[in-house]
Design a protein around this ligand. Structure first.
Ligand code: PAF
Length: 290
């Protein structure tokens, strides 16, 4: 059967009304689907009886100088990917049907979660994400919603919003999928040349250096961060935007790592902004060896 596509919240709502007895898994996306999205879809299918994917390039989360107009749009390819992956319903709303205008009610995440990482430079971005994700969760009302751990600040903020606003959904974080080089899959990778892609592999390589240092028992942030910087220096084309070691839930900066911490990085290769992160657990290796 052809994959049904719905373009307004009311059309989708009508379809879902007759499927409410099923466990609904929801994967919100902005399209340009890659292997990372496919892993979210596979998990949503596996853990639920109905899988819904949305594709909406959300204008609210792009700043004035960002790539809203250039953001890759490939609806027909995405539709085929969803159909092949066994998605049950595709939601592709128009900005009008999502009520996008200057007077839209906005969801403002806790300011402390916005002061670092991507929030520092992408002013308004997470407010736009929070607003659209809240709307999508209210429209779809899924049992579970799936988000990539690559967008670690987004994931922490969405978890917090769902808790604070008592939205009845399980937020499932899914591991980052990587190319053989270690480069995290991202819709923006398609802006990179082959050289750029191989240079961008330094991002994950540098995070792994930090993990190795932490695994050897180092708990002090400056030493862990220094390991990343040493490896980054091997690829001068990489323009670092930030490198931070933070609590993975509150996103507050850490001087030392007690149990686990989020090590997050952003920067540019060939003027394409890339982000990545890993969880650092200095005592984990010792613990595993006990
Ligand atoms: O991660 C994304 O693709 C977007 O930020 C999301 C969650 C679909 C909201 O527009």
């Amino acid at each position: 059967m052809d994959l049904p596509i719905f373009t307004t919240p009311s059309e989708l709502g009508h379809y879902l009304q007759s499927h409410r007895s099923q466990a609904i898994g929801f994967v919100p996306t902005m399209g340009a689907l890659h292997l990372g999205h496919q892993s979210l879809i596979d998990r949503a299918r596996h853990e639920n009886t109905l899988a819904v994917v949305s594709i909406f390039v959300n204008p609210l989360q792009f700043g004035a100088n960002e790539d809203l107009d250039q953001y890759p749009r490939q609806l027909e390819i995405d539709r085929v990917i969803c159909e092949t992956a066994g998605v049950d319903a595709l939601f592709v709303p128009t900005p009008e049907s999502m009520g996008i205008n200057n007077t839209l009610t906005q969801i403002i995440p806790p300011p402390l979660m916005l002061s670092g990482l991507c929030g520092r430079t992408r002013v308004g971005h997470f407010q736009g994400v929070a607003t659209i994700v809240t709307k999508l969760l209210n429209i779809v009302q899924p049992d579970r919603a799936y988000f990539g751990e690559k967008d670690s600040q987004q994931l922490a903020i969405i978890r917090r919003i769902v808790t604070d606003l008592n939205i009845p959904v399980d937020i499932v974080g899914c591991p980052t999928l990587r190319a053989a080089s270690g480069l995290a899959h991202s819709s923006r990778n398609q802006y990179l040349s082959p050289t750029g892609k191989s240079q961008a592999a330094v991002i994950y390589r540098s995070l792994q250096q930090a993990r190795a240092v932490a695994n050897s028992g180092e708990v002090h942030a400056p030493s862990i961060l220094a390991a990343v910087m040493t490896e980054l220096a091997t690829v001068p084309e990489f323009e670092l935007e930030y490198l931070e070691l933070v609590d993975r839930h509150s996103l507050q900066s850490l001087d030392t790592v007690e149990n686990s911490a989020l090590l997050a990085i952003a920067g540019r290769i060939e003027n394409t902004r890339l982000i990545d992160n890993i969880i650092i657990e200095p005592h984990r290796l010792n613990y595993d060896l006990e």
